[in-house]
Design a protein around this ligand. Structure first.
Ligand SMILES: O=C(O)CCC(=O)C(=O)O
Ligand SMILES: [Fe+2]
Length: 313
């Protein structure tokens, strides 16, 4: 396998000891003729993979895309032109595809698809990690545009692993001991009550009929790489457990400001035909709402994830 990065191979730039577990591309190995170019977004995370037709991908190519997702956290593939069925099918080759959302019904799309339509208030202009209000949030999300404004509507991702690593040691030590509450009822509770008499969708094999707040570690250990990241987000985290309201607010504000420093962020300008995958265990994202009354429609699927585990567990 050759993964070239601006003309060099990633294996030359990567400490293999940092890429454990399913980095299914052992650095420097040539496997089954899989070949694509990787164009890195920057020094830290995010990359475009070129030269793969997702709909016709071989198993080795799918494995290589998954490995790149673990390494780069955000992967862009251009020119794919999938429909919902092909989008879901690609997801199934990467993992277990969940319901589109635990409680939201996106209407006229397959049950696996979460549709965000700006004409139906479908905006994501708050930094968040998908579905962290459930005990087992998705491991990854795969998004494609259906309708785009001529300009604007870019999506940004923040690298929560980089953010953790760039905190000072004393603050890392402080936050490693904390857990935080994530509460989906603030955004979706009312909707769930209205919907089918309080019956949502199947999530982890169970019908969701309530959204009790869940606690997750503030520092999450990635189940595949063992690396630590900050696992709080303004979208769904309500407070830190066991500290005062003022302390909780202060700690979260500090972490959010740090997570969203420009050097922790990559930004994607969409074109029709794009397909973007992200690791939902160590990133946050935010979709710019800067296109006025123009329409923007996005379809997302999510892959089943683990219960978040902290450093002490
Ligand atoms: O609209 C976007 O670009 C992102 C929407 C979003 O938050 C998601 O698909 O999870
Ligand atoms: Fe999202």
């Amino acid at each position: 396998m050759t993964i070239s990065t601006h003309g060099t191979t990633t294996s030359e730039q990567t400490d293999p000891s940092e890429h454990t577990a399913v980095s299914a591309i052992p650095a420097g190995t040539v496997a089954s003729g899989v070949e694509f170019d990787i164009d890195e977004f920057g020094p830290n995370f995010g990359a475009e993979i070129r030269g793969v037709d997702v709909a016709a991908a071989t198993d080795d190519e799918v494995r290589a895309i998954r490995a790149a997702l673990i390494d780069y956290k955000v992967i862009v593939l251009r020119g794919q032109n999938l429909d919902d069925a092909a989008h879901i099918e690609f997801g199934r080759r990467l993992g277990d595809v969940t319901a589109g959302h635990p409680v939201w019904n996106s209407g006229d799309v397959p049950a696996e698809v979460y549709s965000l339509d700006s004409t139906d208030n479908g905006f994501a202009d708050v930094w968040h990690t998908d579905v962290t209000f459930m005990p087992r949030p998705p491991m990854g999300s795969i998004l494609r545009p259906i309708v785009l404004p001529r300009n604007g509507g870019d999506t940004n991702w923040a690298d929560a692993e980089l953010a953790y690593a760039s905190l000072s040691a004393p603050v890392r030590e402080l936050v490693e001991k904390l857990t935080a509450v994530h509460d989906g009822s603030r955004e979706f509770g009312y909707y769930l009550k209205q919907r089918r008499g309080g019956h949502g969708n199947l999530w982890d094999g169970k019908e969701v009929t309530e959204l009790p707040p869940v606690s997750h570690p503030v520092v999450r250990v990635h189940p595949e790489t063992g690396r630590k990241s900050l696992f709080v987000n303004p979208g769904f985290t309500s407070h830190i457990d066991g500290v005062s309201d003022a302390e909780s607010r202060g700690i979260l504000d500090l972490l959010y400001a740090h997570l969203t420093k420009p050097e922790h962020i990559v930004r994607h300008r969409w074109r029709l035909g794009d397909l973007v995958l992200w690791d939902n265990r160590n990133t946050l994202h935010y979709a710019n709402r800067d296109y006025g009354d123009n329409r923007r429609v996005m379809h997302r699927i999510t892959l089943r994830g683990d219960e978040p585990i902290g450093p002490a567990q």
